[in-house]
Design a protein around this ligand. Sequence first.
Ligand code: CA
Length: 231
Amino acid sequence: MRVLIVEDEEDLAEAVCHGLTAEGFVTEVADNGVDGLWMAQENTFDVIVLDLMLPGMSGYDVCRRLRAHGSTVPVLVLTAKDGEYDEADALDLGADDYLSKPFSFVVLLARLRALLRRAPVERAPVLTAGDLRLDPAARQCWRGDSEVILTAREFALAEFLVRRRGQVVSRTQIAEHVWGGDLDVDSNVVEVYVGYLRKKLDQPFGLRGIETVRGVGYRLVDVTLGDAHAT
Ligand code: CA
């Protein structure tokens, strides 16, 4: 079972991480909200332990954004009595359970196991746009029957575009979601990666699935191999 721990208190994160590892969990730690959201979206976790008061982006926003993007991963939030948010907020925003700090590790472990029992391990559904298919759980991508090998970043970009297929997305939105907002404003990295994707997903098949919307951004449209034969 893979657990993502999003917690900025180093000692606490380390203790939870060690404890869970000893119990046979595979753990990863993010020490701020931005990285936490990024890791949660980029990887498949079975459960997430999410502190609410985090630098970068609050746990509140991390959870809300995860749910907004369709993630159903169980989330257990850690709340502090003096925090800005309380338990009711935590459940409102889509968390599945909460623990107030300070908590005992034994209780945390029991709650996590309960969450894992409750939620069948769901595979993220295969995403499609025309005959482009992405399997986020297996990290596989196909155009028609041909598998296309993508790097992790290319896959993240493709997934972002497919999840918003038919919509125009700006370079800023792409930078935020795919690079976690780490890019310079002047960077042309988004353009470069869109180019990589076109070379892999469209051009070899004579298709134009990723449209440039001048002055705005990009739009991924449904195209299929049949479209190429028709033109
Ligand atoms: Ca904190």
